[in-house]
Design a protein around this ligand. Structure first.
Ligand code: AMP
Length: 178
């Protein structure tokens, strides 16, 4: 099979949401049946046939990809959300934003100690969000097998930061800059 050209399925919006940002919009990839299927197939490929208990997706685009990945791996799905959105008792973790910090949370009983978890989001930039999510999962006793993203912005160093923290990282396409 030819290598997939994921970059051409992703739309770039300059100066969104702020001047100077190149927003990598994956809705064009999600809307393309072949590209969407191929992306999910390639994200799960290293874990096909291995036992993953739960896929944790980061709000909001990580829910779309994470749901499909969980289905493919016959795993459960766990939403990691911005604070205040989940109805049951939660555990919370602060994470770094470009300026300041925010908090993400998940249900306290979403993961049982020792469960093998795959973390999924659409894109890794500085790695603040994903690093916070990994810490949150670990506080519940999760074994974080890997973190998967369609897009890597390697110049921002997030994927390297996660690897240095001992998490294996899978990405499908890299864009230079931010
Ligand atoms: P970070 O915590 O810096 O790794 O940022 C990752 C989160 O912010 C992901 O949930 C992305 O969806 C979003 N994000 C950051 N930068 C971009 C970008 N240039 N284009 C699209 N989404 C982005």
């Amino acid at each position: 099979m030819l290598p997939a050209d994921f970059a051409s399925s992703i739309r770039t919006i300059p100066n969104y949401p702020k001047p100077g940002i190149l927003f990598r919009d994956i809705t064009t990839l999600l809307g393309d049946a072949r590209a969407f299927r191929r992306a999910v197939d390639e994200l799960v490929q290293p874990w096909a046939g291995s036992k993953i208990d739960k896929v944790a997706g980061i709000e909001a685009r990580g829910f779309i990809l994470g749901g499909a990945v969980a289905h493919q791996l016959s795993a459960g799905f766990v939403p990691i959300r911005k604070k205040g959105k989940l109805p049951h008792q939660t555990v919370r973790m602060a994470y770094a934003l470009e300026y300041g910090e925010d908090e993400i949370e998940m249900h306290v009983d979403a993961i049982a100690p020792g469960e093998r978890v795959l973390l999924v989001d659409d894109l890794i930039a500085t790695g603040g969000t994903a690093t916070g999510a990994v810490k949150l999962l670990k506080t519940c006793g999760a074994v974080v097998e890997a973190a998967c993203f369609i897009v890597d912005l390697p110049d921002l160093g997030g994927a390297d930061k996660l690897r240095q923290a001992g998490v294996s990282v899978r990405t499908l396409v890299a864009f230079p800059g931010h």
